[in-house]
Structure formats: structure tokens, C-alpha cells
Design a protein around this ligand. Structure first.
Ligand SMILES: Cc1ncc(COP(=O)(O)O)c(C=O)c1O
Length: 413
């Protein structure tokens, strides 16, 4: 039971469940292509790197407009290996956002460096670049902006800061494949760009996978050897790396899905526009704030995250769940308040915008195959949870034509 909400408003009458994401629906549209690609790999029995990976790397480099792309085992590894290639290690500091998936801060810690957080801009949920310089010390080696939910961070001021101070910029573009900042793609907005092919990403594999983009030939050579235990060929190891390669099977599956990426991205954008219209139609814009798209960005909506105002987010989420409407919180706890980072010494209140976002965000289904009807069910679910479904905006009860109403009245008289 949700406190303070009249029971008549708590739930929609029986509605079809809406999944948060439906990978089965997507797979159905490409099943034959995927099977052919998988069979090709099995026929070759070449499972590690090889032509499949090389071809996919070329496709991605071209798509991001980068000189090279290096396939690795996950987005997390992409971040770790980029940090290592930028010579970030013990004693160094890396500035990043606390409002992100854990891997961003986890990767910095994994290379022995210290994550230093700065707060986010409330509208874009991305790193507030104006705060970066005040967080810098003589140990700062890199900045790791996160293009959260699929919208790029404000990069130009970061470029200036990086050039002035000799810092590397490692983009956490794990959620932003195809996202753009002033006409340039995510992945070429810093020194290196890191992508994830986790199955729920806009370009998702059949398991884990990741990739790094860079324009720097030296870095790309180093990344290629770091993913192979530092091997430069002939079992000669010039530095200690790790085993982090993109599987040929993943590359084959991703190669198929890549051909559909733009169309899927456009479907996500169309869904976002439709949510905007529905939220206006149901007069919810005083209670929830849709994602804010900055004019010089291309948002690719890996997530569509609303802000639910007036402390009602959890109530809305609970009501949607009872109505079997998929929704999720990305992310409920900012990194500076995570238990494992207590040793960093941050406290509640240190990053008020990140903390407010963690209390207010609510991700709605946005997957490309989502239908207009399903979206209406979601928005009606929110209106219901907030007690806002009125006879004026409730289109499920299509009003009877006037002449019928008059006829009924006559009969009743
Ligand atoms: C912002 C962000 N950074 C890093 C990662 C890590 O990627 P992966 O799960 O492929 O290791 C993810 C994806 O889960 C992410 O969303």
C-alpha cells in the first residue's frame, strides 16, 4: 500500500505488462542474420580476435570517425586499459562524476589511482566541467567524463583544461555509442573513448564486450599489446598486460547488430519524443521532468531518465511495478557514498546535485521495439500513480458521440 494516495488512483485497470527492455523482440527481427554469423565463426573455429574482430573494429572506427578501434572483453576493461595506456597508476588522481555506473570509479581504483569526484550539472546529469579545475591537484593525471544515459558531457571546456594541464581525457562512452557533441561522435572527444557492448546497451552483444577508440597511433599500439599480456609478438612481453580480447563470436554478433544501430537509435529518439508528447498530454510536466537535451548534442537514449519531483519517485516506481510496467533507478547511490569508497572520505552532502539526482531519477522503457500503445500505458501508469488520471485526459474512455448521449437522456426521461 502506498501512503497518502487515494486507492482509486493507485492502479490502472488491467493493462498489458510493459517490459523495461525486450531483447527477445529485437532478436526476432535479426535471428537469421545472427545464426549465419555464428555459424560462420564455428565453421572457421577462429574464436579469438581474427578477421571477425578486425572487421568489427574497422566498422566502429569508421562509425566514430576515429583512426583506430581496439576490441576488448568489456566496457570495464576498456576503462582500465585506457587508464593504463595513459600511464595512470598508484599515487595518481582521476577526476570523474559520482553519478554513474560503478565501473567508472571502480576502474580508476583498479589501476591503483584515486577517483576524485566533482558534482554534476542537474539538467544533463553529466560532470560539471566548471568544477574540474578546483578539484585538481599536482597528482591529477586524467579526467574521465561519463556521457551518461547517451548524452555527451560538455567537452570543450574540458579540452582547454586538459591541454593547459597536460591531462588525458578518457571518455566513458559506454552508454553513448553514436552520441554526438557539436557534430563529433562520442569516442573522438578525448584521448581515448571507451564503449561497452553489455547486452542492454544500444549495441549489445551476446555477453560481455567492449572497445576503445583513439586517434593516437602510439596509444593504439599500446592498447593492442595490453589486451594480450603486453605481447609484442613472438612471446616477447615488453610490459605486463592482461587477457582482455573481444571474442570472435561477439564480434560476429555485434557486426550484424551494428548494421541496425542507426535505425534502432532513431527509434529510441522517436520514443523519447513520444514520451515528451504524452507527458504533456497527461499534464504531468509539473510533476516530472523529462530528459533535457542540450542543443549541440545528439542524445542516443541508452536510458530515458525522468526526474520525479516532490519526493514521489519511489511511490511512482512501486505503483508502476504493481501495474507490471518496467522502470528502474539509475543510479540509487552515487559513487562517493558507496561503502567500498568510504576510505576516500566523502560524506552525504558533498555532491548535492548527484544526491538529488539519485533520489529523483526514474528510467522508463525506451527500447527501439517499444510501441506507442506501450508508451501510453507507461505514462498512464505514472499519471495513475500521481493521482492525475482525470476524465479529461483519460483517453481509454473514449467519450460517446453527443447524439448518442442525447438519445440516452431522452430514453431515461
Ligand atoms: C557508464 C558505464 N561505464 C562503464 C560500464 C561498464 O561496462 P561493462 O559492463 O561492459 O563492463 C557501463 C556498462 O555497464 C556503463 O554504463
Amino acid at each position: 500500500m502506498v501512503e497518502g494516495v487515494p486507492s482509486a488512483h493507485r492502479h490502472q485497470p488491467e493493462v498489458e505488462p510493459v517490459p523495461f527492455i525486450d531483447l527477445v523482440a529485437q532478436h526476432a527481427t535479426i535471428e537469421t542474420e545472427i545464426q549465419e554469423a555464428v555459424q560462420r565463426v564455428f565453421a572457421s573455429q577462429a574464436f579469438v580476435l581474427g578477421d571477425e574482430v578486425a572487421e568489427f573494429e574497422c566498422d566502429l572506427a569508421e562509425y566514430c570517425d576515429s583512426r583506430d578501434a581496439i576490441g576488448v572483453a568489456s566496457g570495464t576493461d576498456a576503462l582500465i586499459l585506457s587508464l593504463r595506456a595513459a600511464d595512470v597508476g598508484p599515487g595518481d588522481e582521476v577526476i570523474t562524476s559520482p553519478f554513474t555506473f560503478f565501473a567508472t570509479g571502480g576502474a580508476i581504483h583498479q589501476v591503483g589511482a584515486k577517483p576524485v569526484f566533482v558534482d554534476i550539472e542537474p539538467h544533463s546529469f553529466n560532470l560539471d566541467t566548471e568544477q574540474v579545475e578546483t578539484a585538481m591537484t599536482e597528482r591529477t593525471r586524467a579526467v574521465m567524463p561519463v556521457h551518461l544515459f547517451g548524452q555527451c558531457a560538455e567537452m570543450e571546456p574540458l579540452w582547454r583544461i586538459a591541454v593547459r594541464n597536460g591531462l588525458s581525457i578518457i571518455e566513458d562512452a559506454c552508454q553513448a555509442i553514436g552520441g554526438e557533441y557539436r557534430g563529433r561522435r562520442a569516442g573522438v572527444l578525448g584521448t581515448m573513448g571507451c564503449f561497452s557492448f553489455f547486452p542492454t546497451k544500444n549495441l549489445g552483444g551476446a555477453g560481455d564486450g567492449g572497445l576503445i577508440t583513439t586517434d593516437d597511433a602510439e596509444l593504439s599500439a599500446r592498447l593492442r599489446r595490453l589486451r594480450m599480456h603486453g605481447d609484442v609478438g613472438g612471446y616477447r612481453h615488453v610490459e605486463v598486460g592482461t587477457n582482455s580480447r573481444l571474442d570472435a563470436l561477439q564480434a560476429a554478433v555485434l557486426g550484424v547488430k551494428f548494421r541496425h544501430l542507426e535505425q534502432w537509435t532513431e527509434a529510441r529518439q522517436q520514443n523519447a519524443r513520444r514520451y515528451g508528447e504524452l507527458l504533456r498530454h497527461y499534464e504531468l510536466l509539473d510533476a516530472v521532468e523529462p530528459p533535457f537535451v542540450l542543443p549541440d548534442r545528439r542524445h542516443v537514449y541508452n536510458q530515458y531518465c525522468l526526474r520525479v519531483k516532490a519526493g514521489r519517485r519511489d511511490e511512482v516506481l512501486a505503483s508502476l511495478r504493481e501495474d507490471k510496467i518496467g522502470a528502474a533507478i539509475y543510479y540509487p547511490t552515487p559513487l562517493h557514498l558507496q561503502e567500498c569508497f568510504a576510505f576516500l572520505g566523502y560524506q552525504q552532502g558533498d555532491f548535492p546535485e548527484s544526491e538529488a539526482a539519485a533520489d529523483e531519477v526514474l528510467a522508463l522503457p525506451i527500447f527501439p521495439e517499444l510501441t506507442a500503445e506501450q508508451q501510453e500505458t507507461v505514462v498512464r501508469g505514472i499519471a495513475t500513480a500521481l493521482g492525475r488520471l482525470t476524465s479529461d485526459n483519460d483517453h481509454s474512455h473514449i467519450p460517446a458521440p453527443k447524439f448518442l448521449t442525447a438519445e440516452k437522456k431522452k430514453r431515461a426521461a
